[in-house]
Design a binder for this molecule. Structure first.
Ligand SMILES: C[S@@+](CC[C@H](N)C(=O)[O-])C[C@H]1O[C@@H](n2cnc3c(N)ncnc32)[C@H](O)[C@@H]1O
Length: 220
């Protein structure tokens, strides 16, 4: 069970626990998505929480599908957008099953992995590979691995109530864990480049905010 399913991870998603750098990260994530939307007809957000990017996608007139495996978050998302003219679709499921929720006729499909969700998935490589194959565009929002970012992440996890945190660096990236189930890695640039290249996709990456890196298979 993930910390989100158990409820222990709820504070990680609450704006009150977000320090300046995390707030700035999330706001820049919105900006990057905004400037890419014109290329696509439909956005599938994997790990959408209570509808992180829904409003922005709908405002741009695009179809929206959000997937999250925590039904509490999805219920909140549905309530938030219940009165919206264009209805977004919110699905309770594990991200690993995203293919079964892809619409058959949606025009150009963009898949987004927000707020370092990629680093929370046990089968990240397999899922990213499938997303690259099945969609017209993929953007993954991750973290940098420098000392400043490690310190910002440490403060963020601390203020969300995770105290005895371990931080381990290896060739894949920088992973934070704790005894209550926190388990999140910021994959390295090399990790992303290797996966994209293995599937004959060019990996574009840009730094954003003070701590973010976005990876995409098109020019962002
Ligand atoms: C976007 S991630 C946030 C990661 C965190 N900011 C960090 O520093 O690593 C959290 C969201 O992903 C969702 N999530 C996590 N694992 C999932 C899975 N396997 N399938 C669907 N949703 C998942 C959670 O329920 C939550 O809404």
């Amino acid at each position: 069970m993930t910390v989100y399913e158990s409820g222990i991870g709820d504070p990680l998603l609450q704006p009150q626990t977000h320090n300046y750098n995390i707030r700035n990260y999330l706001s820049e994530e919105h900006s990057i998505l905004s400037r890419c939307l014109h290329k696509f007809d439909c956005v599938m957000e994997l790990g959408c929480s209570d509808g992180r990017h829904t409003a922005q996608v709908l405002a741009d007139g695009k179809q929206y599908i959000g997937i999250d495996n925590v039904s509490r978050y999805i219920e909140t998302a549905r309530r938030r957008f219940a009165r919206h003219a264009t209805q977004p679709e919110f699905i309770v499921d594990d991200i690993k099953n995203f293919v079964r929720h892809m619409p058959t006729q949606a025009g150009k499909m963009l898949m987004i992995f927000p707020f370092n969700i990629i680093g929370n998935l046990p089968n990240a490589e397999e899922i990213l590979t499938k997303a690259l194959k099945m969609s017209d565009g993929v953007i993954v929002f991750g973290y940098k691995n420098d000392f400043h970012t490690q310190s910002v992440r440490n403060d963020y996890y601390n203020s969300a109530g995770f105290e005895d945190i371990t931080c381990i660096t290896n060739k894949d990236g920088v992973r934070f864990t704790d005894k209550r189930g926190l388990n999140t890695i910021a994959y390295s640039e090399q990790w992303f480049h290797d996966i994209f290249n293995e599937h004959y996709e060019h990996c574009h990456h840009i730094n954003f905010g003070n701590i973010g890196v976005a990876y995409a298979n098109f020019n962002i």
